[in-house]
Every structure is written in structure tokens, then in C-alpha cells.
Write a protein of this length. Structure first.
Length: 149
């Protein structure tokens, strides 16, 4: 089944709030070899003006993944996980993610482009904090192959 063209422009409901924990930031930083002290040491982060440890920029994927799960769960999407490649990822930050943030994300499918035997699906996850202020927009491009899984 091909990707459903009616996905274009579809907005999904906001995710449940995700509380960014200090240990999660530290674990993620270790996993991506982000060894700057601001990612591990609250005092170092506070010296830079932050309330707590600062997440590496790609940490936004943890929250964005919640929105991508919504997209992949859509029964009429035509997207089969076994035929998906993650083609591209971009982040546009207003401010860094910091331990203690409570983040909510809302996904919009912003682009569909047919390409030989498949479709490129572009989605934007707008991630906001507990006050509703924009933190980061995470844009993903999924390359979805057609045919049997």
C-alpha cells in the first residue's frame, strides 16, 4: 500500500507531557559522547545561566519520537515500519532543553514527495514547554518504500 496522500497537512494531538529528568539527560549525553560539563554537572550548567543540566541538541528526538509513534500508528497512513528509513533530521531551537522542563509536542505532516518506488514523508514536531513557549521544532524525513513488507 502506498503512503496515503491525505496525510499531507494532518495534525496530531499533543503528546502527554514529558518531564525531562537530570539522569535521562546524563544518560543521553553519555550515549552520544557529549562530554561537556553542562550536560552532566548542575553547577557547570548553572554557571552558564541554566537552572539544571542542559540536554545535548539531539535529545529533542526523545520527545519527537512520541509524535512519530502517533504517525506510525495511523491505520490509514500506508506507512509500514519495516519499509521505513530515517532520511534526514533537523532541529530549530528557541532555547536549549534543560532538566526540569515539561515538554509537549504536536506533529504535523508537512510534506509528501513521491520518489522512485517510495515516498518521502516530512513531519514537523513543535515542542513547547509547560508555559506553552516554543523550545524546538524537530523535522524528520522518513523514506517509505512501497511494495510488500
Amino acid at each position: 500500500m502506498p503512503v496515503n496522500p491525505e496525510l499531507l497537512g494532518r495534525e496530531f494531538p499533543p503528546t502527554a507531557p514529558y518531564l525531562v529528568g537530570r539522569e535521562k539527560v546524563r544518560e543521553f549525553a553519555r550515549a552520544v559522547f557529549a562530554d561537556d560539563p553542562q550536560h552532566h554537572d548542575p553547577a557547570a550548567a548553572q554557571a552558564l545561566g541554566y537552572a539544571d543540566v542542559v540536554a545535548p541538541p539531539t535529545f529533542a528526538m526523545v520527545v519527537q519520537d512520541l509524535t512519530l509513534q502517533q504517525l506510525l500508528a495511523e491505520p490509514d497512513s500506508g506507512i509500514v515500519l519495516s519499509r521505513v528509513l530515517h532520511g534526514e533530521q533537523r532541529f530549530r531551537y528557541t532555547r536549549p532543553i534543560v532538566a526540569g522542563d515539561e515538554l509537549t509536542a504536536r506533529l504535523t505532516v508537512s510534506g509528501l514527495r513521491a520518489m522512485g518506488g517510495g515516498t518521502m514523508v516530512t513531519s514537523d514536531a513543535e515542542i513547547v514547554d509547560q508555559t506553552g513557549a516554543h523550545v524546538v521544532t524537530a523535522t524528520s524525513v522518513l523514506v517509505v518504500g512501497e511494495g510488500e513488507a
